[in-house]
Ligand binder design. Structure first.
Ligand SMILES: [Zn+2]
Length: 592
């Protein structure tokens, strides 16, 4: 009967845990202190439901300055009080942030409370690890040394998800795979993630959309309607008549506009909503998708209305250089625009996927080109040529590359055929292909993505002559600008067009403040199908090398070659280009 009692024990333990978790807000009120005073939810009543939420998957998309980090610290400590032997991993974006957060916030919360102080085991309290009662808390950064953590855990909490290392966050998910708790939908362990959002379709925005989408609604005291105010339409700035999305820093100095008199209207009766927003009895969390199992919350600045008044919200326009920063940090919403996201609208496709066969044929005969290639099991090759006002991408091709059937010869053929001045290729992951190609043609270079802080020019040729260092962020930013400003034209091909724009959609630029309080930018991806983006970017780097580093080597290979030999450029063997090409943007057959 040992087995049976084991099951009963587990069930009892689970019940105890769930029972304990339901009363977390009471545990916090009983034991937590902040700056010498007992913890209180006053003016932060929105937090009570998030504190007591026992769902095993919770995502919180939030603005800054609403006390969310403090809430999660107190929730962590409360969980460790009610759930014996629990192991929690708490992550922050960087190692430095994790150390500071641990010493400043966690230790501060522990020292302030006699209850928690008594539970901490002396000698087991470092910045990265704390033993509280029988439970363990690991606090880690996702960027920096020792990011990887190989211990299994019951609970995983991630603060500022959007600014964290995606690969490490992904690995950490597997740490709760063997957790003891399992919910009705087979989710094991607890995963709480919260963050300021960045762009649409990335990080916390994905979690929020996947969950039941809770908003802290308000019952207007004038019309008694439950409403959800919207920054875009309900925040009124006297003297500003345009759409709110067009409000910028320049308007702060407009004498006609008075932000100190900003107010929020009720979307239903249009009367002032503020007197209702500040009454906790008129507020309630309501899920937009109540049928969805996982929970997600949107925290807006007016969910802490005492501190975030409409004038205080509008005043912060001055503090953020870009509109996306203001929307992300002050309003708590993702923001995508031309500055951070590739334009993938139908109108853009219609307008710029127009490079037709005759242009392409002309280029093969007349214009020199540059190329780029992303390397993997499938190679993604892009060839482009300069035109007035930008670039025409004249060839895009996927080429299979395996150890048994290496694509080396095919690539050299393309290089000669299009008379590329430079072909920049991904330095990894197929080092034997890269080595064979850079040896075969002088103009083929391997690109290593680096970070070049001081240099104005984002590319540099290494002294070995076969490697180009390119700043990843700066070159991708140039590509983004070229695409969105209409300086790039792509092949007129329906299938290719869809594939290309699908890849462009994955890659987005986010901004964050570094430890010196400076804004830094980084490109992230929402899925791994981003090969065309990098193929285009390597072609872009090839163009920069020719333009900026004053490369004068022009490859005078004829329009087509009948025989391609590795090791030396083939000259003087003219053939008819028309016969060589087997359909646009497919595979061009090697002539025999
Ligand atoms: Zn109303």
């Amino acid at each position: 009967m040992a087995k049976g009692s084991g099951v009963a024990d587990r069930l009892r333990m689970r019940l105890n845990r769930e029972e304990g978790l339901k009363n977390l807000s009471q545990v916090v009120l009983d034991h937590a202190y902040v700056e010498g005073k007992p913890f209180s939810f006053k003016d932060h009543e929105y937090q009570i439901e998030i504190m007591n939420d026992t769902r095993q998957r919770i995502g919180v998309r939030k603005c800054s300055q609403v006390g969310l980090s403090e809430l999660m610290i107190q929730k962590t400590l409360a969980v460790m009080t009610v759930m014996p032997n629990i192991r929690i991993i708490f992550t922050l974006p960087t190692k430095e942030m994790a150390v500071e957060f641990s010493k400043d916030r966690f230790d501060g919360a522990i020292v302030a409370s006699d209850h928690y102080t008594a539970m901490v085991k002396a000698g087991d309290n470092s910045a990265g690890y704390k033993k509280i009662g029988d439970s363990s808390l690991y606090i880690r950064g996702t960027f920096g040394a020792k990011a990887a953590i190989s211990i299994p855990a019951e609970m995983l909490m991630s603060d500022e998800l959007d600014f964290s290392n995606e690969a490490v966050i992904g690995k950490l998910n597997s740490r709760i795979r063997h957790a003891q708790t399992e919910d009705e939908h087979g989710n094991r362990g607890y995963r709480y993630r919260f963050s300021t959002p960045t762009v649409h379709g990335f990080g916390i925005d994905l979690d929020f959309n996947a969950g039941d989408q809770r908003y802290y609604m308000c019952r207007c005291e004038h019309c008694e309607t439950w409403v959800l105010p919207d920054f875009a339409t309900d925040l009124i700035v006297p003297g500003f008549d345009d759409k709110m999305i067009n409000f910028g820093r320049e308007h702060l100095h407009d004498p006609k506009i008075d932000i100190s008199k900003s107010w929020m209207k009720c979307p239903s009766c249009t009367k002032d909503l503020w007197s209702s927003l500040v009454q906790p009895s008129r507020r309630a969390w309501v899920a937009k998708r109540p049928d969805v199992w996982d929970h997600s919350y949107q925290v807006a600045p007016w969910d802490v209305p005492k501190y975030n008044t409409p004038p205080a919200i509008m005043k912060q326009v001055a503090d953020y250089p870009l509109k996306s920063d203001f929307y992300n940090f002050v309003i708590g919403l993702p923001h995508s625009d031309n500055e951070n996201t590739f334009n993938t609208e139908q109108t853009h496709k219609d307008r710029f996927c127009t490079v037709a066969l005759w242009i392409f044929m002309n280029c093969v005969v007349l214009a020199p080109t540059v190329g780029g290639m992303d390397v993997g099991k499938t190679l993604h090759l892009t060839v482009k040529t300069k035109v007035s006002g930008g670039w025409h991408v004249i060839w895009m091709e996927k080429i299979r590359n395996t150890p048994d059937d290496p694509a080396t010869l095919k690539i050299v053929e393309r290089y000669d055929f299009y008379r590329m001045q430079k072909l920049c290729i991904d330095a990894g992951p197929d080092i034997s292909l890269v080595n064979a190609l850079v040896v075969a043609r002088e103009g083929i270079k391997a690109v290593v993505y680096v970070q070049m802080n001081r240099s104005v020019i984002p590319v540099e040729e290494k002294t070995c002559g076969t490697v180009i260092n390119a700043d990843r962020t700066k070159t991708l930013k140039l590509l983004l600008e070229a695409h969105n400003s209409g300086n790039m034209w792509y092949p007129y091909d329906d299938k290719l067009k869809e594939d290309l724009y699908k890849h462009l959609k994955t890659t987005k630029k986010i901004r964050e403040k570094n430890s010196n309080d400076e804004w830094v930018e980084r490109f992230v991806k929402s899925d791994d199908n981003d090969h065309w983006v990098h193929s285009l970017n390597y072609a872009n780097i090839a163009g920069l090398v020719v333009d900026m580093l004053g490369s004068t080597e022009v490859n005078y290979a004829p329009p087509a070659v009948s025989t391609t030999k590795l090791g030396s450029a083939v000259k003087e063997e003219k053939t008819d280009a028309h016969n060589t090409l087997q359909g646009l943007f497919g595979v061009s057959k090697r002539r025999r």
